[in-house]
Every structure is written in structure tokens, then in C-alpha cells.
Design a protein around this ligand. Structure first.
Ligand SMILES: *Cc1c(COP(=O)(O)O)cnc(C)c1O
Length: 353
């Protein structure tokens, strides 16, 4: 006799982040900006003030209030999570019955399918057309045809870097009874958020994260924003002490730094534009680059003639980017990192031309 794993575990493809000591990391869409020195000090003080022998506040009350104040929301519409990843897992495991259908758009953030599979939901995927844009009518059609009870997608999208404008997002939300989980992880880099209106709908959960523009991937903090009824359900379904006291303390300080966030976004966008311009120019010279997408995020998505070869040659030079089939996803880095990436890329593509 031997213990047998369930099929869903045997078939599970784990998320495979790049590990290893690469000099330049442009693979995970993190911010390249560490917090300013004075802020690090305040974070340290907050951490040392934590009651280490006590459990955290189960509802992260002060943190959610701070978030609500910063974004002009009702705190009863906000739930904190251990990264938005945790919130995605909670939502996909509790808002659907086993066997019900989740609609995803392809390509999109891989964790949606991962958590859906763990939750024993059916996943139906609507393939984006050649330009990789989202078509609201096609999405509504697919919701009808599949009978999906839940739609989840990122806007702007990881990995395509493309954004869907507010009116189109609202058309989808208003055109369906399904629950729409709208992941705005990269919306700080664009300005078509529907954050201010989601609480007026009874079928939307909006996700935000501190891992990208806020530059705090280390603390694992994300938020779900939804009407009170949905928020009550999310809070009921989460594990009681999901966000650590350390994260709650640090998160409150970081959220209050809205002017720092604005400065960081401006600097990251400057870097993103620099990469975009340089890669657009390489695309025009046709040196092994088929298409560079116009980014609404802090990364560039591009299609190459031989993405795998380029990816591996970059790794040999200790530069990590993300390989996704025939595409690469390259996070905007510091000036030096961008320059090193571009020089390496030029050389690789020229040698092969
Ligand atoms: C990075 C990212 C997240 C953030 O996840 P965290 O768990 O909050 O770090 C969520 N959604 C998308 C699409 C992302 O790219």
C-alpha cells in the first residue's frame, strides 16, 4: 500500500520563478527602487514596535483604513491579503462550486489557472487575437457561451503590457452576472482604473498589490476592493491571521507615502520609456525582433524570431528576463541595467543576423 497523491496535485505545474544569482534581474516586474533611507529607518522602528508574542489583527483594521483613506474608499470595502496572490487563491477557492467554470483570457497572469486548478474549477480560456488586445464583446460572448460564473483578468495585462480603457472594462462588468475579478496590479503605471466605482457593483472584486509600483514585494501585501457584501464574504473565507503584524506595520507606513509613490512611478516610467524607445528602434531595424508591444506597465513585452536563444544568451551574461514561448518580458530597470540589457541584446541579435 502506498499513499496516492490526488490527480490535481500530480498534474499541477508549479510557478517557476528564476532562481540563481543573476547580476541583473529584469524578470519579475519588481520596482528597481529601494525605499529611501529615512523611510527604511521608520520601517525598522515600526517593526521593532510589533508585539511579537501576539497574533496580528485578523482584519488589519488600521491598514485597511489607511488604504481606504488614501484611495477615498469605504474601509468596509477593503480586505488585506498576504500578497494579492493569496487573495486570488481565496477567491477562486470560495466563490465557485467545484466544477463551475472560470473564464480566463490568454495570455494572462499564470497564477489564475494555477489556483483555479487547485480549486477544481473548470477553466475555459478565451485566446486574445493577434494584437493581444482584449475585445469586450468577445469576452461577453465567451461568458455566455461557457456559462462561466467568474471572469478573472489583469488590466493592464501581465504579460502583454496592454491596457483596456475604463469604458471597455465597465462594459464587461455591466454586461454579465458573473463575478468579475479585476487585477489592477499595474494600474499605478496607467490611469484607467475603475477603483472609484467598483463598490457600486455587486459583481466585481478589484485587486491591488504593493509588490510593483509601491516597491514592497518583500512584505507580501495586496488588497481586494469590493462592495460590502462581497467584502464580508472574502473576509469570512480568508485564514484569520493572514497578514503578519510586520507587514501590517510596514504597509501602513508605505501607503501613507503617496508622494513617494508618485515619484517612484515617474522614475519607473522614465526607465520604461527608455527601454520602449530603444526596443522600438531595434524592431524597426528588424534584427530578430518581430514585434514590441506598446507598454502601459513597468515592463516591455516583445516577440522575437528566437526568444529562447536570446533568453539563454542573456542568462549567460547574468541578465535574467522572463521567457514566455516566443516572447520575452523585460522589466524596466535602472539606467545601468537597461543599458547593459540593451547592449547585450544588440550584440546577441547582431551576431545572429
Ligand atoms: C505581480 C502581480 C501580482 C502581485 O502579486 P502579489 O502576490 O501581490 O505579489 C498580481 N497580479 C499580477 C497580474 C501580477 O503581475
Amino acid at each position: 500500500m502506498s499513499y496516492e497523491l490526488t490527480g490535481k496535485l500530480r498534474n499541477l505545474v508549479p510557478y517557476q520563478p528564476i532562481t540563481g544569482a543573476y547580476k541583473i534581474r529584469l524578470d519579475a516586474n519588481e520596482s528597481f527602487l529601494p525605499p529611501e533611507k529615512e523611510l527604511v529607518e521608520r520601517l525598522g522602528n515600526a517593526v521593532s514596535g510589533v508585539d511579537f508574542n501576539r497574533y496580528p489583527d485578523p482584519f488589519a483594521t488600521n491598514l485597511c483604513k489607511t488604504f481606504a483613506t488614501c484611495y477615498n474608499l469605504d474601509a468596509d470595502c477593503v480586505t488585506a491579503g498576504n500578497g494579492s496572490d493569496e487573495l486570488i487563491g481565496i477567491i477562486l477557492s470560495s466563490f465557485l462550486k467545484r466544477g463551475e467554470t472560470v473564464l480566463t483570457l490568454e495570455p494572462d497572469f499564470s497564477m489564475y489557472k494555477f489556483y483555479a486548478a487547485l480549486s477544481e474549477c473548470q477553466v475555459q480560456s478565451l485566446a486574445k487575437q493577434n494584437d493581444l488586445k482584449i475585445e469586450p464583446d468577445a469576452v461577453l460572448d465567451a461568458l455566455k457561451k461557457t456559462g462561466a460564473r467568474l471572469l478573472i483578468f489583469s488590466n493592464p495585462c501581465n504579460p502583454t503590457s496592454l491596457g483596456l480603457c475604463r469604458a471597455d472594462v465597465l462594459q464587461i462588468i455591466e454586461g454579465t452576472d458573473a463575478l468579475v475579478v479585476l487585477d489592477e496590479a499595474y494600474m499605478d503605471f496607467w490611469d484607467e482604473s475603475v477603483l472609484q466605482t467598483v463598490c457600486n457593483y455587486d459583481n466585481v472584486i478589484l485587486l491591488k498589490t504593493c509588490s510593483k509600483a509601491v516597491g514592497a514585494a518583500a512584505i507580501r501585501l495586496g488588497f481586494a476592493v469590493a462592495c460590502k457584501r462581497l467584502t464580508t464574504a472574502i473576509r469570512a473565507a480568508k485564514s484569520p491571521y493572514n497578514v503578519s503584524s510586520l507587514t501590517q506595520a510596514a504597509g501602513e507606513i508605505l501607503l501613507l507615502e503617496q508622494s513617494m509613490l508618485q515619484r517612484a512611478v515617474a522614475e519607473i516610467l522614465r526607465s520604461r520609456d527608455e527601454l520602449q524607445t530603444a526596443l522600438d528602434a531595434m524592431e524597426i531595424r528588424k534584427c530578430g525582433i518581430n514585434k514590441v508591444y506598446c507598454s502601459c506597465t513597468n515592463f516591455i513585452f516583445l516577440e522575437l524570431c528566437d526568444a529562447k536563444m536570446v533568453y539563454e544568451m542573456l542568462l549567460q551574461q547574468s541578465i535574467a528576463v522572463r521567457l514566455m514561448g516566443k516572447h520575452l518580458r523585460i522589466t524596466a530597470g535602472t539606467r545601468e541595467e537597461n543599458a547593459a540589457l540593451l547592449a547585450a541584446l544588440e550584440q546577441i541579435l547582431e551576431d545572429k543576423a
